[in-house]
Design a protein around this ligand. Structure first.
Ligand SMILES: Nc1ncnc2c1ncn2[C@@H]1O[C@H](COP(=O)(O)OP(=O)(O)OP(=O)(O)O)[C@@H](O)[C@H]1O
Length: 255
């Protein structure tokens, strides 16, 4: 079988609800998805629709009230080291240098100092932070902090990388630069990426496939295969704009 078509992660009828003061709030409603090995999957949906809740369930940070999650064909029931996460709020430790932040997961896993230095350096170089190993988070720009977050996630060697609106807080210029960076890193160091955004241009720029979610509670509204849209993509190309408008006609995003 084509390695790209191997299903690495499967969500089967995933549901999430919360008890709130005036009843039950449904956040995710019967989401089923198959995610292929090494693909760049973008989850696109309006604000508060349930994107983060869905990512948290994949990451094992919260338990679905219904449904099953399979990784490499086996059901998983919580967090799994094969799934890593890059958060929007990066949770970098301000008292640790770039190197110490990137090494952190390996330190916890008991990897020797020499080994973790080597691995961390590889990913610091990959994300373009060579020379900043001894800097502290407050000395870095927003884009550089995101790079630290990405390096830290890669260092733990996950098969799947979850990125929940990682560039949402960056200014437009830095955001464009980071989109190119994440594509470059993905091309160089292939992993499956599941990337959440509410920005349609970002979705069309990055994705192999886009999963469009409905308003809350999140349901799968449509799936678009963009593999035939050549890379590098240009947001002003007629072909890009055609795909963008086709998708925007079919979303609940306020555009
Ligand atoms: N623990 C919880 N208890 C009650 N409601 C919750 C809880 N977690 C999430 N929700 C609700 O579920 C809905 C989806 O939230 P979620 O954070 O997944 O949205 P989102 O699509 O990631 O939004 P954004 O684009 O703003 O990041 C929201 O209405 C939110 O208030």
């Amino acid at each position: 079988m084509d390695e790209k078509k191997k299903i690495i992660l499967k969500l089967e009828n995933i549901c999430q609800s919360y008890v709130v003061k005036d009843g039950v709030k449904d956040a995710v409603d019967n989401v089923s998805l198959e995610i292929y090995n090494n693909e760049f999957l973008v989850i696109l949906g309006p604000g508060y629709c349930g994107k983060t809740v869905l990512m948290n369930m994949i990451a094992g940070l919260e338990k679905p009230v219904g449904g099953k999650i399979y990784l490499d064909g086996e059901e998983i029931h919580g967090s799994d080291s094969r799934i890593g996460m890059v958060f929007q709020s990066l949770n970098l430790m301000p008292w640790r240098t770039v190197m110490a932040n990137v090494e952190f997961g390996l330190e916890i896993a008991g990897v020797s100092k020499e080994e973790r230095r080597k691995t961390a350096q590889k990913y610091i170089d990959l994300v373009g932070l060579t020379g900043f190993e001894n800097s502290y988070p407050h000395e870095l720009s927003g884009g550089m902090k995101q790079r630290v977050g990405i390096a830290r996630a890669y260092t733990n060697n996950p098969e799947i990388l979850l990125m929940d609106e990682p560039f949402g807080q960056l200014d437009a210029q830095t955001r464009y630069a980071m989109e190119d960076e994440v594509l470059r890193i993905w091309e160089q160091e292939k992993r499956t990426i599941i990337f959440v955004t509410n920005n349609i241009e970002e979705a069309v720029y990055l994705a192999d496939r886009i999963v469009v979610l409905s308003k809350c509670p999140a349901k799968v509204k449509a799936i678009y295969d963009l593999k035939d849209l050549p890379r590098p993509r240009n947001m002003t190309d007629p072909e890009f704009l055609k795909v963008r408008s086709e998708i925007s006609d079919n979303t609940d995003l306020a555009l």
